[in-house]
Structures are given as structure tokens and as C-alpha cells.
Design a protein around this ligand. Sequence first.
Ligand code: NAP
Length: 520
Amino acid sequence: MTELLHNHLGGRWKQGFGPGHALHDPVLGHELVRVDATGLDLEQGFAYARQQGGSALRALSYRERAALLGAIAKLLQARRADYDAIATANSGTVAADSAVDIDGAIYTVGYYAKLGEALAGHRHLSDGEPARLAKDPLFQAQHVLLPTRGLALFINAFNFPAWGLWEKAAPALLSGVPVVVKPATATAWLTQRMVKDVIDAGILPSGALSVVCGSPDGLLDALEPFDVLSFTGSAATAGAIRAHGAVARRSVRANIEADSINSALLLEGEAPGSAAFELLVKEVVREMTVKSGQKCTAIRRVFVPQALYAAAAEAIGARLGRITVGNPRSEGVRMGALVNRAQLDAARRGLAVLGAQAECLHDGARHALVDADPAVACCLGPTLLGTRDAAGSDAADRVHDTEVFGPVATLVPYRNAAHAEALVRRGEGSLALSLYGSDAAALAHTALELADAHGRVHVVSPDVGALHTGHGNVMPQSLHGGPGRAGGGEELGGLRALNFYHRRSAIQASTAVLAALQPA
Ligand code: NAP
């Protein structure tokens, strides 16, 4: 029997009472560890987090909490090799792809540690300037932001067990709000290990950080009105969460990050082989293959002028042909596995759905696996589909509503700028859109035309070709989240992330009282 991982709740390490759910190596197939949360007293554990963890965190200033984040970043950096080994075994990712998750996590914690230092010794935040309420300026309103006195529950997706925890926990802890994380079962090990390391190091007050692994019954039932819930995962689960009584009736504030059919758009006027054309090709291939396409921000739809369809298909296909797929431990392998057989089967089903309305431009089945048994390893070669011509782009629906969570993208030709924008909008709201071109005015115009439907617009012109941070890379400085089918959530974006963990209130009083409120 493999190890049954402990949960940390109510300030103590506890095993579930069930046999546990096994986590597997998606390349070699063997069992790694087990997780279970059966029989945990969630109500008592959540109460402990609110009362003990919350009070202890709120007693500290922003700067003091930022120092805790600094210590966490240092610790995670020191243990990085352990996390890399877990990611290789449990996520089947090559080192560079594991780094996106692990180093992304450490960078984000360090970033919020620095931001928090600047908030100094304050225990609440002012929101804007006082506003006059009456003719006499003596009586005014000042908005203030106070950390919520509940807990922050994170229900996370399998694809970012490290970053998914810390991109949420860093702003929550900096705000003074205790965290309970429920990682996705498939990859809970890395999240659990990071939490364990931080708890064992004694960096945080008791109750400030808890982890519940597996799928406990009644998780959302234990939430109370001042708690907040941050969910990342599929649109289907998001729907169940939105309908839960905690959210629907008890006003638990919920942030939802869900599926997204992200786009890359090459503007008109760029020749095949031009700098902008090549930047698009490179980025599409990177997005399709990093983490085997298991990124919520990955490019799924690639829009090019109709005249460039064949050239783009050829250039992308040529680069995809050089991607080696297989055992992430083998030298030279560029792309590892999907996370498990269920995801592999789901990706294959999705490919069939998309393929019914598209032609295959590069077939992933052509990639022989390196050092991996195709009967065991959950590997999938990168596949490029295409809708053939502009009429085909109009007729195809599935490309705009089917997220294949794997190394798959579809090339979609367009007639003119208005047609391209209309096609992009058929995604009904996405996390990220990237634009490629060399005409600054046209890029700016298109960015503003489409920004309302995207949490982030990433503009790649030749002058930033070597500098830009990548279509799919989520930087803590920028907003992450998207409207419509992307869930309507907002995360990160520097200090904006703290809003979710604070309550805003307007204090109406004399200027003398308002002056006494100022953060000291
Ligand atoms: P999922 O199946 O929806 O699961 C997400 C999380 O919800 C897991 O922790 C899961 O736990 C939990 N869960 C499932 N049913 C639940 C319920 N009824 N009540 C409470 N929790 C429940 O998604 P996934 O397969 O892990 O992740 C892939 C999806 O996430 C993709 O669609 C991707 O686009 C999306 N994603 C979005 C973002 C973003 O920022 N927008 C980021 C990453 C991923 P168990 O694992 O124990 O079932």
C-alpha cells in the first residue's frame, strides 16, 4: 500500500478514515500515494481557521504578513528539487513544464511579498479620497477596505497544483485571511507537500493554512457568509458551485475561473515569413505543447487571413513535427503526458468532436512515443486542425465552444478584420487573446475592440518579439480571469487581487473622525 497523505485541518495533521484514492504516474502507470478526506470534521476545522488563523493574521500589519510571504518564497525555493520530482512523477511533465507551475508559484509569492512591504504597518486600506456628502465639507464619506473575517476556500484544478495554490494564497494571506485549499485529487500530492513544508517550518500562525485532499462530502456546506470561495476548474463544476446554497443563499463571495477557448490572431497585412507571422507560429506551437496543452490560457483557436491559411498550416505543422513526445525523464523529450487516462480519453473525445467540422493539418498520431509504452503512458502527440476556408470558419461551431484540454489547436481563416473579430467573439469570453502584427495603430485598435471579451490581451509586435512574457503565462502584475464562459472571475493584477479578500465599507463622519481613521 502506498502512503496515505495527511490533511491539515483544525491546526493538526489528520488522515481520512477511508481507503483513499490512488494517484498515479501517468507515464509509467504505477501508484504513487493516496489521498482521502473521509470523516474530517470540516465545520470544526473551518471554525478553527476563522477564529485562530484569522485573528492571528489580522493582528499583523500588511508589512508583517508580507514578511511571512517572503519566508515562504525562500522555503519553497530551497525545496524546489522535491517539488520537481513530484511533478515529474505525478503530472508527467518535462522539467521546463514543471517549472511553469513551480517557479510561477515561487515568483508570485515573492511578488506579493514585495508589494506588501509597500503597504507598510497598516491594518486596513483606504479606498479613494473622502467625498463630500453635504454643503458643509465637515461631513464626508471615506471608503475603507477591511480583511474579511471568514476564511478563503480554494477549490483548484489539476493542472497547476503549485501555482494554483500560491497565486491565490499569496494575496489572501497578505490580506490577513486564512486559507483552506482543496487541490484536485489527480495532482493533490504537490499541493499537499508544499503546504506541509510551510506548516512544518512554522512560518504561519496555526490555522492560517489548511489542506484537505480528496473529495470530502459537505465541503461547501461548511461555508459561512463572510467566507470567500475561489474555484478553478471546468464550466460544469462551476455551474454546480454557483447553484450551491452557500453561494446562492448565504452570499459567500465566489470567484470562478473556468474553461476558455483562447485565441491568437494574426492581423491583416503580414506576409508569410514576416516577423509577425513567425512570432505567431512560434507562440502557437509553444502554447500547444507546454504542459501538453493543459493550460487554461493555452491558444485553442488560431485566426489568420484566408490567404495565409496554407502557409500558416505548413509553418506550424513543421515546428510541431519536431516536438518529441514521451517519458519526461528521457533526454531530448520535449513534451510529456496528460495527467491521467481520464484526461487522455477526454482529449481524444474532444478531438473527434472538433475533427467532425475540421480537417487535420498535423496529426499527433504521427509522433512515436520516446521511452514510453503507448498502452500505459497517457501521451498525446500535438494535433493541428483547420476549418479550410472562411466559409468553413462560419459553418464550424464546435471550434468556438469545445475546449480540448490537451495539445490541440484549430487554424481558422478569416476574410477581413470585422470577420476576424466576429469569429473571436464566438468564444463568448476568454482568459487570453494574443494579437500579432507590425502596425501599432491597428494592434491598438483591435486590442480595444476585443478587450471587453478577454481578461488579458497580449500584443506581440516585432519590437517586443524577444521580450514578451508569452500568451499563456500568467504574470501576477496583470489580471487573470475572463468574462462569459471563462467564468467571470478576476485574480491577480497586482494589488487588485486583495479586493476579493477585503470587505468595502463607507464610513460617513466628520473630517476629524475620518482623519483619525487613516491607516497608521
Ligand atoms: P474539475 O473537474 O471541474 O475539477 C476542479 C476542482 O473541483 C477539483 O478540485 C475537483 O475535485 C473539484 N470538484 C469537482 N466536483 C465538485 C463539486 N461538486 N463540488 C466541489 N468541488 C468539486 O476541473 P479539472 O479537470 O480539475 O480542471 C480542468 C479544467 O479547469 C479545464 O476546463 C480548464 O480550462 C480549467 N482551468 C481553468 C483555469 C482558469 O484560471 N480559468 C485554470 C486551470 C484550469 P476532484 O479533483 O476531487 O474531483
